[in-house]
Every structure is written in structure tokens, then in C-alpha cells.
Write a protein that binds this ligand. Structure first.
Ligand code: SF4
Length: 235
């Protein structure tokens, strides 16, 4: 894809956001939480796991261990027992206990709002830090997960594979008030239209703004699919 000017990227982002807001603007977040700690736990447990799986585990976990102290006092084996149905459970169990202890010892028992402080907690990278900042503290932040990264690239807003660089690119392009939504919308869009292995550009509502779909090669495929009266497909 050719290099686009910042002005052009802003136009693509703005048009795409308007379309996405129309489609997904009323949808609730899929991770269940009632405070910052619960969201942080959901974020830590969420790596390479679906939100449904995380919700199933946290429903039981928070019932048995409602406070940060309760998790800090678990042994590693006890924590593993509680979360063993999800992937990477050993590392995640360590991260939960480590984060709980650090929050109690260094942050007065309160989940910090500062990005660097959040990222100093075990198991917390930019994605989880931004999730907590945006969705709990309502501080503008973009969660760049695999869907957000992939679709932002396809739209023509970034060329990078590195989430930190993509976040930096998006921060420059998107208005601050859209940052929190952008991450959520692209997760939903990735599940609905733009899967990693099957981009349904024919039916995708972003196919008039997306630089991938507008490329000559894909346009030819879309026209062929229309001619064959296909309603879906992978492009
Ligand atoms: S037009 Fe195609 S590549 Fe672009 S966002 Fe939609 S499905 Fe993905």
C-alpha cells in the first residue's frame, strides 16, 4: 500500500469511525467487571482467551475471593486451581498474585491510573493498561489488540506490526474522544467481517474507506464476486 498523507489518514479514520459507531455504538463491553481491580484481572486473564471464558472463570473467582487481599494471599497452586480452564494459567496465576501484592504494597491497595504504574504490574502491558485506563477510569486510551492492529493496517492507518507503534500512529490520526471506542469497535468488526483468515470485503461496511479493499487487485475480486452473485467470500 502506498504511503498516505496524515490528512488522508484522518479522513479514512473519521469516515470509518462514523460507520463503525453506527454499527457497534450501542453494544456493551463483553468483559464483566464491577471495579478497576476486576477489569484488571479480566485483562490479565484475557491473553489468548475469549471474553466468555474469562467471564466464566472470574464469576467464580470474584465470588470466592472478592478483594485484592484475597488474591494476594493465595498460593500459586490455589490460584492455578481457580483459573486452570484458561490458557497460560500458570503465568497468569503468578501475574494475578504479583499484581495484587504490588497494588497493596506500593499503591495503597488501589489500582493505579497512570499508564507506567499500571505497566509496572506483572502481566500488564500496554493493552491491559489502556483497557483499564479507558474502560474504567475513562481516560482516553487505545487498546491495540490483534484485531485493532490488523484492521488499522488494512484501513491504511499504520504499516507497523508492532502494537506500540500502531498505538502511536493511531494517536496521531484519531481524535481523542474516539480512542476508547476505536479499540472496541475493531474487535467487534474483526469478529464480524474482517477475520484474520477471511476478510469479507464484499459485505464489509468499510469497503469504501478501507485501502486494502480499494486496491485494484481486491476491487477486481469484489467485482467478480458480485458478478457471480456471491453474498460473502474471503478476500
Ligand atoms: S473492507 Fe475488507 S479488509 Fe477492509 S476492513 Fe472490511 S473486511 Fe477488512
Amino acid at each position: 500500500m502506498t504511503d498516505l498523507s496524515l490528512k488522508k489518514k484522518k479522513k479514512i479514520a473519521n469516515e470509518s469511525y462514523t460507520i463503525l459507531k453506527d454499527i457497534y455504538g450501542k453494544q456493551e463491553m463483553t468483559l464483566n467487571f464491577s471495579n478497576a481491580w476486576e477489569l484488571l484481572v479480566g485483562g490479565i486473564l484475557g491473553a489468548q482467551t475469549t471474553d466468555e471464558q474469562v467471564n466464566r472463570v472470574t464469576a467464580v473467582l470474584f465470588e470466592k475471593y472478592p478483594n485484592i487481599e484475597d488474591i494476594a494471599n493465595l498460593t500459586l497452586e490455589e490460584a492455578i486451581e481457580e483459573i486452570k480452564t484458561i490458557g497460560l494459567y500458570r503465568n497468569k496465576a503468578k501475574a494475578l498474585i504479583g499484581s495484587a501484592k504490588k497494588i497493596l504494597n506500593e499503591f495503597d491497595g488501589k489500582v493505579p491510573q497512570d499508564r507506567d504504574e499500571l505497566m509496572s504490574l506483572p502481566g500488564v502491558g500496554p493493552k491491559v493498561a489502556n483497557l483499564v485506563r479507558g474502560d474504567f477510569f475513562k481516560i482516553p486510551a487505545i487498546v491495540v489488540d490483534t484485531h485493532c492492529g490488523r484492521i488499522s493496517r488494512l484501513l491504511g492507518l499504520s504499516k507497523s506490526e508492532n502494537p506500540t507503534v500502531i498505538e502511536k500512529d493511531l494517536v496521531e490520526i484519531l481524535p481523542e474522544e474516539t480512542w476508547i471506542d476505536w479499540g472496541h469497535f475493531l474487535v467487534l468488526h474483526g469478529r464480524n467481517y474482517c477475520k484474520a483468515r477471511c476478510r469479507n470485503c464484499l459485505a464489509c461496511p468499510l469497503n469504501k474507506t478501507c485501502q486494502y479493499a480499494l486496491s485494484k487487485e481486491v476491487q477486481i475480486k469484489i467485482e467478480e464476486a458480485k458478478y457471480e452473485q456471491l453474498e460473502n467470500g474471503c478476500f
